[in-house]
Design a protein around this ligand. Structure first.
Ligand code: AMP
Length: 210
């Protein structure tokens, strides 16, 4: 099963991605994680990506599509994968359709008004877990692996506003794109807990998986 995981920044894609990965045994491919690893490693891609990411803008389609195309040409994707953060606009979705076959697009639908606070209060761990400061009670280590929690460089108010604008203008049209292809699995996350959202995702995916 090949899935695209869609949702605004802060919708809980990362949290749901680790649950989906465990249950459905799919490879988790996050373009944001790939860019962050490149920035950390000081690679040429990292150097190009950093200025865009710091400004809350999308990295160029050319660079991003090449990275994904290359990743999907590797053998370990054959058992199924989940794309998180890609595609981010209609051009990328069209390119993806040229080199991959997507079965379902899971869209995590969340109240836009909640997102600014959610993202700015987010603390993440290198293992993929994420938390909100309001529930951490000053804790600085990850409950799952003991790793040090940190705030993503682009989780600051100014960049978050730009990222949300980018999402609305460029990424949200993908919902209709996948709906037209009959691949949209829309999940209304509302005020539900991450576990409840995951239950809904499983219910919808289990109906579709042969
Ligand atoms: P994310 O971790 O998915 O929120 O991505 C963090 C940042 O990486 C985004 O704000 C973009 O600057 C960049 N990025 C991630 N995925 C893409 C993509 N598919 N196309 C362009 N830029 C991306």
């Amino acid at each position: 099963m090949n899935i695209v995981l869609l949702g605004a920044p802060g919708a809980g894609k990362g949290t749901q991605a680790s649950k989906i990965k465990e249950k459905y045994n799919v490879l988790h491919i996050s373009t944001g994680d790939i860019f962050r690893a490149n920035i950390k490693g000081g690679t040429p891609i990292g150097k190009v990506a950093k200025s865009y990411i710091d400004a809350g803008k999308l990295v160029s389609d050319e660079v991003t599509c090449d990275i994904v195309k290359d990743r999907l040409s590797q053998d370990d994707v054959k058992a199924g994968y989940m794309l998180d953060g890609f595609p981010r606009n209609l051009f990328q979705a069209g390119e993806l359709d040229k080199f991959a076959t997507i079965d379902w697009c899971v869209n995590i639908d969340v109240d836009f008004a909640l997102l600014q606070d959610r993202i700015c209060g987010r603390r993440v761990c290198a293992c993929g877990e994420s938390y909100h400061v309001s529930t951490l009670n000053g804790e600085t280590k990850c409950a799952k692996c003991g790793g040090e929690l940190y705030q993503r460089a682009d989780d600051n108010p100014e960049t978050v506003k730009a990222r949300l604008d980018t999402y609305q203008n460029q990424t949200a049209p993908l919902i209709e794109y996948y709906q037209k292809q009959g691949k949209l699995v829309n999940i209304e996350s509302g005020t539900k807990s991450p576990d409840e959202v995951f239950e809904l995702i499983c219910k919808e995916l289990d109906k579709r998986v042969k």
